[in-house]
Design a protein around this ligand. Structure first.
Ligand code: AHR
Length: 508
């Protein structure tokens, strides 16, 4: 058994958590929309065709914001196809995923679904095959009350109240050569700036997200961010980051260290934003929107085959990764990393929400289950709201393929003053030994250890499935604390995810 220490000091605040760190993403891709959130005729479907079992699971995650409708899909999307009478909506070829899009769900249906799950929309614009005019039309259709061509069109479609969408993504992954309408950074930066400028002429309070790189390994990474912001700094509010994690070499210790790369990625993007701010003698900080992140690698070959050999079907099974226990640990480490950077990282969208690289999986005409990654996301969304405390941690370390000095303990503390809860999120990256953590919370006076829940498994490759949905489930570890007077010892299992809560003694 190894030993580690963490001190949580009340006055060492590093940032306030923006609840939008627990956002997600719905793309018209595979079965995310069709037979995911929307399946008329399903035994749990409501009168709009929305699956009740899906809405129930989504509500458990308490997601404040959902990015829509893509992704690569958006770069070829004509939003007008998805409004008006459903019977008159065209079927289109979606070139991004070689899929037939029947447009049964569009912005009005999606907005209604979002209301049901108490989430707001983060709308992505097509800056691939389209541009400023279609962006302005969509903005007018969604946000203007009435009395203009586009707003009256919406009213005529039976939607009286405007959607009032506040956050808009200016395109998607425009640095990627796979993107329809891919651009150079200068070309993109100009288009993003001019689209954003026109949108803010309508409503200066809109929040706009410019595309950063599709990942830290892109050849243009950092230069892309600098050139894009050089053009768009005055107009935009956020720069996006995207990153997907994979364990292609089946090296778990290296896989669990990938959040160090995420931390470096975030800090590099902050540096570039601050460089442009300095260059422009700017006053505002550009904030970060990590609007796509997750593990994604399990089905790469079969996805390629589905798209190449069986193109142009509606809602094919694509990107339906079945997540393992170790994927849940990576998701936990990533969420801890996001919290550590909460002063500049304000939005993060788990990609995606249903069926497509998702925490929630459905069967058409059948049941639903929660994947391993559902639980760390739910825990941090539920208990990770408040003030992030600077992590003073001492832990032994290991070396792996891509990193030296990886701490076995990955942890962060969040203080929710309003609820009187100090919550420690902790991953033990050691796949062989459990760990005893000494938690010094003296600065919190009479706070005492209250409860501990964990995700543990002897099998790193264990999965939940429709037949066995509860193989990976959080367990209640409360009652395992030792110590008093502000220093508590808790033992966490090898390779485990943990949520440990301290509360004032009088409440216990
Ligand atoms: O989330 C899946 C895809 O990953 C998105 O469509 C794209 O933006 C990214 O490459």
């Amino acid at each position: 058994m190894s030993k580690a220490k963490i001190m949580l000091e009340k006055e060492m605040k590093t940032g306030t958590v923006d609840k939008r760190l627990f956002s997600s993403f719905v793309e018209h891709l595979g079965r995310c929309v069709y037979t995911g959130l929307y399946e008329p005729g399903h035994m749990t479907a409501d009168s709009d065709g929305f699956r009740g079992d899906v809405m129930e699971s989504v509500r458990e995650l308490d997601i404040p914001l959902i990015r829509y409708p893509g992704g690569n899909f958006v770069s070829g999307y004509r939003w007008e196809d998805g409004v008006g009478p459903v019977s008159a909506r065209p079927k289109r070829l979606d070139l991004a995923w070689r899929t037939l899009e029947n447009n049964a769900v569009g912005i009005n249906e999606f907005a209604k679904w979002c209301k049901n799950v108490d989430a707001e929309i983060m709308m992505a614009l097509n800056l691939g095959t389209r541009g400023i005019e279609s962006a302005l039309d969509l903005l007018e259709y969604c946000n203007h009350p009435s009395g203009s061509f586009m707003s009256d069109l919406r009213v005529g479609h039976g939607v009286k109240e405007p959607h009032n969408i506040k956050i808009w993504c200016l395109g998607n992954e425009m640095d990627g050569t796979w993107q329809m309408g891919h651009k150079t950074a200068r070309e993109y930066g100009r288009l993003a700036a001019e689209t954003g400028r026109a949108m803010k002429m309508y409503d200066p309070a809109l929040e706009l997200v410019a595309c950063g790189s599709s990942g830290p390994n892109m050849p243009t990474f950092a230069e892309w961010e600098a050139e894009t912001l050089d053009e768009a700094y005055d107009i935009v509010d956020y720069l996006s980051l995207h990153q997907y994690f994979a364990n292609r070499n089946n090296d778990t210790s290296a896989y669990l260290a990938c959040s160090l790369e995420t931390d470096r990625f975030i800090k590099t993007v902050i540096s570039v934003c601050d460089y442009i701010k300095a260059k422009k003698r700017g006053k505002k900080d550009i904030m970060l929107s990590f609007d796509e992140w997750n593990c994604w690698f399990h089905n790469e070959n079969s996805d390629k085959e589905t798209m190449e050999k069986h193109p142009w079907s509606v809602a094919p099974r694509l990107l339906e990764d079945t997540y393992t226990f170790e994927d849940a640990l990576v998701v936990g480490c990533t969420l801890i990393t996001f919290l550590k950077n909460a002063n500049r990282l304000k939005i993060a969208c788990l990609a995606q929400l249903i069926n497509v690289i998702a925490p929630i999986v459905t069967e058409p005409g059948g049941g639903i289950f929660r994947q391993s990654i559902f639980y760390p996301f739910m825990h941090v969304s539920k208990y990770g709201r408040g003030t992030v405390l600077f992590p003073v941690i001492s832990s032994s370390k290991y070396d792996c393929k891509d990193f030296c000095d990886v701490p076995f303990l990955e942890a962060i503390g969040v203080w929710n003053e309003e609820h009187g809860e100090l919550v420690l999120f902790a991953v033990n990256r050691d796949i062989n030994s459990s760990m005893t953590i000494s938690c010094d919370i003296k600065s919190f006076g009479d706070y005492e250890a209250a409860w501990h829940i964990a995700l543990e498994s002897d099998d790193l490759k264990a999965t939940n499935t429709l037949d066995k949905p509860d193989t990976i489930l959080p367990v209640n570890k409360s009652g395992t604390f030792a110590g008093e007077n502000g220093v508590y010892e808790v033992t966490i299992a090898k390779a485990s995810w943990n949520v440990i809560c301290f509360k004032p003694a009088k409440i216990l």
